[in-house]
Design a protein around this ligand. Sequence first.
Ligand SMILES: O=C(CO)[C@H](O)[C@H](O)COP(=O)(O)O
Ligand SMILES: [Co+2]
Length: 221
Amino acid sequence: MRKPVRIAPSVLAADFAKLGEEVAAITAAGADYIHLDIMDGHFVPNISFGPAVTKSIRDYSDKPFDCHLMISPFDPFVEEFVDAGADIITLHQESGPHAHRSLQLVKSHGLKAGISLNPATPASTLEHVMDEVDLILVMSVNPGFGGQKFIASQLDKIRTLRSMIDASGRDIDLQVDGGINAETAPLVIEAGADLLVAGSAAFKGGPSQYAENINLLLGRA
Ligand SMILES: O=C(CO)[C@H](O)[C@H](O)COP(=O)(O)O
Ligand SMILES: [Co+2]
């Protein structure tokens, strides 16, 4: 049976000068997870923030911290994110040669382990790690920046992954990230996604708009 669709607002689009308050406000507005985009200026062409900032905002929400690590190497930083209060840590399939080992490393800390695919990476690359993953993240933009346009070719990949997850019989979240708004959210949900990341569309208009933004994305408006 399909899980209810949930929302993980990305704080990349929040006001960084008041990040704690922003996290509290988006939690109160109905966020299911808090999505944290970690960028290193090496794996992706942008730098965001790291474990120290993650830890500093941990107490502003009681929702799971969903850490999307766009970094290479990945393994040496896992423990710092565990200590910072991460609940889910997602690596990129493309960020190193040992994804299976990296997933096991995350799980060895008792956390949920996710794996993400860039737009050019096929679903089939996950065939042999299905037993290790708790979350699969389909990037519907090239990672590195918020506010980009949704890449429609990823809908087929979402459908393929939905079939792979259903066939596995395992409880795996199917997350989509990048360019999610009121127009694209229904498309990815129809294709099989059950966890939506939204940065710009969740945080637009300031705190008074956050609940309305989330309701719109989840089709409740
Ligand atoms: O991982 C990301 C970028 O690499 C972000 O989570 C994503 O881009 C969210 O921003 P938006 O909803 O504005 O596209
Ligand atoms: Co992200």
